[in-house]
Design a protein around this ligand. Structure first.
Ligand SMILES: Nc1nc2c(c(=O)[nH]1)N[C@H]1C(S)=C(S)[C@@H](COP(=O)(O)O)O[C@H]1N2
Ligand SMILES: [Mo]
Length: 376
């Protein structure tokens, strides 16, 4: 004999009185969420592997805005998905109390996948939003946790989607018999997602910058019209960056080591590149950068053509004090050690005396306050 459900559960169905706890609403929302999660996963992988390229692979340096668009889709698309996720959870939460909780091994596995999917998705959204709000309320490194949880979420999503697909497809293909306000509900949810997208897209898409009231950073703000992520004071580099004794050295596997003062750098051929800073947190903004081509410096030093280059900052600690530049990027004529931005000498917070700026590259790898270029 089956155990009877606890009394509290038998009284529950009456409380889930809304007719929107409904298969049809759940199916439509599920399909939309599936598309959105897959897009987040793909763009997330791009971001991860741009920051941590495997030894055997190199990213191209073009198109210039590839990373910017991909990361904008990741963050803005992710934020716009929040209402969909909440609506889906609200629609299906009566199932949480289904009785018996596990009917068979297969049913148990299905439910396990749903729990992993819901738990993982909530974790991704909550920590993701806290991260772009610069509220590091958690003890772990966000990027690592976000990356590994993504595999759990996508694995669980595939199991859940394979399981639900036949039923969901049938549900959306048949005509509804009754009108219970589904269309209005789904349109409201889609509208809420649209409002979030519209009020954050301007953080990456400059024409909408003034609408971006929900974005923590946006183009047009900050010194020289560009947001600042970590200031010189926060990075502890104010004194060494201002020191007239500052020198740039080009060293490592080179024929001639170079040591250059700021005046030496200014005396070299100067080039302008219009390139974005595209932060992993979703915001991006164009600047007109002016400075010395990295490839010119490496040619002067006699660096081997296939070498990888490490850019080092004056900053003493922090995970973004160095970055790697692979040949497609350092050979690109747009890749500069910039001395100026938007017609002025580089602001201290943008990396004075000199910073790396390269096309199609995450913001975290656009190293500021550079003082050493090491050919590996
Ligand atoms: N040395 C150093 N460079 C750095 C950082 C840093 O913390 N230290 N932050 C990076 C990040 S996360 C971004 S998005 C860009 C932002 O550049 P900006 O402050 O000039 O806009 O700088 C990058 N360069
Ligand atoms: Mo960033």
């Amino acid at each position: 004999m089956r155990p009877r459900p606890p009394a509290v559960l038998t009284s529950l169905p009456a409380r889930f009185s809304s007719r929107l706890h409904d298969e049809r609403v759940a199916a439509w929302l599920g399909m939309a969420l599936g598309v959105s999660f897959l897009s987040a996963f793909a763009t997330g992988l791009i971001s991860h592997f741009m920051q941590h390229p495997p030894a055997w692979a190199q990213w191209p340096s073009r198109p210039v805005n590839l990373y910017r668009v991909s990361q904008g889709v990741h963050v803005i698309g992710g934020l716009a998905t929040v209402p969909l996720l909440l609506a889906k959870l609200w629609t299906v939460y009566p199932k949480l109390w289904q009785w018996p909780p596990v009917r068979s091994a297969a049913h148990g596995l299905r439910r396990l996948a749903v729990f992993a999917l819901v738990g993982g998705a909530l974790f991704q959204f909550v920590t993701g939003v806290l991260n772009i709000a610069y509220w590091y309320a958690f003890p772990f490194l966000f990027t690592t946790a976000h990356y590994w949880t993504a595999y759990i979420v996508i694995g669980a999503l595939l199991v859940h989607a394979a399981d639900q697909w036949p039923k969901a497809r049938r549900t959306v293909m048949t005509r509804p018999q009754d009108a219970v306000g589904r269309r209005a509900f789904l349109l409201t949810v889609a509208g809420a997602g649209g409002v979030i997208a519209a009020t954050t897209a301007g953080e990456a898409f400059t024409p909408l910058a003034r609408l971006a009231v929900l974005a923590p950073r946006r183009p047009g703000t900050g010194p020289q019209g560009l947001p600042v992520n970590r200031s010189a004071a926060a990075a502890g580099v104010t004194a060494p960056a201002r020191d007239p004794g500052w020198r740039l050295t080009v060293t490592g596997r080179v024929a001639r080591e170079l040591t250059l003062s700021l005046d030496d750098l200014r005396a070299l051929p100067q080039h302008t590149a219009r390139l974005p800073i595209a932060c992993v947190e979703g915001w991006s903004a164009d600047g007109a950068w002016r400075g010395v081509r990295l490839r010119d410096l490496l040619a002067m030093a006699g660096a081997p053509a296939g070498a990888r280059v490490r850019i080092e900052s004056l900053q003493r600690g922090g995970i973004y004090r160095t970055s790697q530049v692979a040949p497609p990027h350092w050979r690109d004529p747009l890749t500069l050690l910039a001395l100026g931005l938007n017609g002025e000498p580089l602001h201290l917070d943008h990396g004075y005396p000199c910073r790396l700026i390269a096309p199609n590259r995450p913001g975290v790898m656009q190293t500021k306050w550079v003082h050493r270029v090491v050919v590996e």
